[in-house]
Each structure stands twice: as structure tokens, then as C-alpha cells.
Ligand binder design. Structure first.
Ligand code: SAH
Ligand code: SF4
Length: 343
């Protein structure tokens, strides 16, 4: 029964809502994951792209209920990297074979448009063969345009959840789903390679919410799709909520691969946090990107989006070696490449 749904999904790159719900929750998912792995091979063989993540600031003006960086969390020591520290992280990453840098952070006003543009421009000048990706939250279209003009070509902004009623349960009233979606459309219109995505198993989430997430992504057609399990952070309003499951997250990675065969889909750190081989299982379910941390080790624990995050103690070079082993253990290959989308 499930095999038939999977075959239809593989061939038509679509499925009806009920079929999607069955697959999201199915326990016997070997065939689903197997077909997803075949689909990724058609576009990307067994290549896995690496993105060097540089966590530039843990200051945030927002108060998402799920995130440890929220402004109201007074238990967190705050830091921000200087431009020179960012350049040093990228230079170290370049030596290790990274050709994409992702600058991510809370919505920190210190990183004004001018500062971000200056940093992007310098990184592009220092490493002309690399792609600079930003993940700095919601900005005006003019700001996104300025970052693009400075050389940024990719932007990651998860929509988090596509239905308004659920979005309201995860965010204070000052934040609007309509604004977040508009940001994604603005980014596309400017010409960015856009990444979106959502948390799996966030509080109050239903299967219908997850189907709505998939439908929204079908409208948006992003180049990159990042999903990971929700993991509670003890100093947030959701500190005592249950974490997202490995099963649903892996099934959704596989479903996303079948819906979007061309997409760049990371096996996320959150997946590696809820299971020791979570990232490997993600690759086996169709993911084709890993995003190891290039941030200075002394700050890593402070980027406490959720509890018990992995890889906070290792030097970048150690992470790189460890990941190469993990990627090879599932028959894939870590490549030195910008890893642009193929579509
Ligand atoms: N401020 C930016 C980028 C940093 S947050 C933004 O919000 O877009 C990066 C991602 O971390 C978010 O998109 C969210 O999906 C994820 N995240 C936040 N809290 C989380 C939690 N408790 N568990 C799992 N993922 C979480
Ligand atoms: Fe800030 Fe992003 Fe965390 Fe929301 S998810 S509190 S915007 S860092």
C-alpha cells in the first residue's frame, strides 16, 4: 500500500494530502527512504555539499517561543563576532575545502545593513570562488537588495510553519507569518537562491500543519529546504515540551526529496542532536548537504538555539574530518564545491 504511494510520488513528484499524512507517520519507511535516495542520485549522484556555518551573533530582538536566543532569555551570555573574526573563520574554512559560507544569527541591530554589506563584500573579495549565504531573519526588500548587490547570492529563512493559527502559537503577536512569507517572495524576486523549511514536531503541530508546510513549499519552489526536529531549550516557554521525532523528521526528508528532486536538503545538526547517527540517516533518506560549524569554539555553546547541541567542542578541522567519515559510512562523498542548485 505504502509502496504504491511512494512509487506514485517518485513518478509524479506529488501526492494527495491523505497519502502524505500516511507517509509522514509510517513506521515501515525503508522503501520510502530507498526511493528518496535514488531520486537524489539522479541529480546529485552520491555527492554531499558542505556549507560552513558561521554563527555571527546570538543577540536577537525577537521572542520566538521555541528559541533559546529569544530576547527575553536573560540566562544567556550574549556575543557577536567582529568582522575580523568572521573573515578568520572563513579563511580557516577555505583551507578546509569549504566553498560556501553561511552567516547566521539572531536579528541583531548591531549588524546594520552597511555592516552586513561590508562583510559580504570583503568575503566575496577574499574568496571569489565561494558563495556567501545569509540567514539573518526578516528584513526589508531594500535590505535584501543591498546584501545581494554586495555579493550575497543565497538566503536561508525557514517559514517555520505555514498555517497562521499554528504560527500564532509559536510566536508573539509582533511577528507575522504574512511578513515572513513576503520576505521569501522578495528574496526570490531579487534573484537569490532561497532556502526555506520548518521544524518537525514543534509544539501543537498537527499532520495537517505539516501537509500545509509541504504545500507552501510547492508554491515557493525553494532551492534549499532545511528541516529539523524541534528540540526544547530549557530557558524558553517551550522548555518542557516534547521534542520532534526521528521518524517524522526522516520521513519528511524523504518526502521532500521526492517532491523536490532538485533541492539542496541538509542533514541538519538538530537531526544529529536527537540521534547519534541522525545526520547519516538523513543522508540515507535523501539529504545531500551538511552544515558543519566554523564558528570560534569559545562561542559555540552560546549559540544555544536548543539544548544539548552537538559539535560545540570540536575545532573546525576535527568537525570536517569527522563529517567526511560519517558521510562515507553511508556510501556518499563529501565534495569541494560551491554546490549550486541543479534544476
Ligand atoms: N534568526 C534567524 C536565524 C537563526 S534561527 C531566523 O530565525 O531565521 C535558525 C533556525 O533555528 C530557525 O529558523 C528555527 O527553525 C531553528 N530553531 C530555533 N529554535 C529551535 C528549537 N528549539 N529546536 C529546533 N530548531 C530551532
Ligand atoms: Fe531570533 Fe531566529 Fe531565534 Fe526567532 S528563531 S528568536 S528570530 S534567532
Amino acid at each position: 500500500m505504502n509502496e504504491q504511494i511512494v512509487d506514485t510520488l517518485y513518478q509524479s513528484q506529488n501526492a494527495d494530502d491523505e497519502s502524505l499524512k500516511l507517509l509522514i507517520d509510517c513506521d515501515d519507511s525503508e522503501y520510502l527512504h530507498h526511493r528518496a535516495f535514488e531520486a537524489r542520485k539522479k541529480f546529485y549522484q552520491t555527492d554531499v555539499y558542505m556549507r560552513g556555518l558561521i554563527e555571527i551573533s546570538n543577540y536577537c530582538r525577537n521572542n520566538c517561543y521555541y528559541c533559546g536566543l529569544r530576547a527575553a532569555n536573560h540566562h544567556l551570555d550574549r556575543y557577536r563576532l567582529s568582522p575580523e573574526e568572521i573573515y578568520a573563520c572563513a579563511a580557516e574554512g577555505y583551507e578546509l575545502g569549504f566553498r560556501t559560507f553561511v552567516l547566521q544569527g539572531g536579528e541583531d541591530p548591531w549588524f546594520s545593513d552597511d555592516r552586513v554589506c561590508e562583510i559580504v563584500h570583503t568575503l566575496c573579495t577574499n574568496h571569489p570562488d565561494c558563495a556567501v549565504t545569509l540567514s539573518l531573519g526578516e528584513k526589508s526588500k531594500a535590505s535584501y537588495q543591498a546584501f545581494y548587490d554586495a555579493g550575497a547570492r543565497r538566503y536561508l529563512l525557514r517559514h517555520e510553519t505555514a498555517e497562521d493559527a499554528h504560527y500564532r502559537m509559536l510566536h508573539p503577536d509582533s511577528m507575522l507569518l504574512s511578513n515572513r512569507k513576503q520576505c521569501l517572495w522578495d528574496l526570490k524576486a531579487i534573484g537569490y537562491q532561497v532556502g526555506s523549511g520548518f521544524m518537525v514536531g514543534s509544539p501543537f503541530q498537527t499532520l495537517d500543519n505539516l501537509v500545509a508546510d509541504l504545500r507552501f513549499l510547492q508554491q515557493l519552489e525553494p532551492d534549499m529546504i532545511g528541516i529539523g526536529p524541534f528540540i526544547p531549550q530549557k530557558d524558553t516557554p517551550f522548555g518542557d515540551k516534547a521534542q520532534g521525532t526521528l521518524k517524522q523528521t526522516l520521513n519528511l526528508v524523504a518526502i521532500l526529496r521526492l517532491l523536490f528532486p532538485y533541492a539542496l536538503i541538509p542533514a541538519t545538526t538538530a537531526l544529529g542532536t536527537i540521534h547519534p547517527r541522525g545526520r547519516e540517516l538523513g543522508l540515507q533518506a535523501g539529504a545531500n548537504v551538511v552544515m558543519p560549524n566554523l564558528s570560534p569554539v569559545k562561542y559555540r555553546k552560546l549559540y544555544a538555539i536548543y539544548d544539548d547541541k552537538i559539535c560545540t567542542g570540536d575545532e573546525s578541522a576535527q568537525c570536517r574530518r569527522c563529517l567526511a567519515r560519517r558521510v562515507e559510512s553511508v556510501g556518499c562523498k563529501l565534495v569541494v564545491d560551491r554546490g549550486d542548485v541543479k534544476r
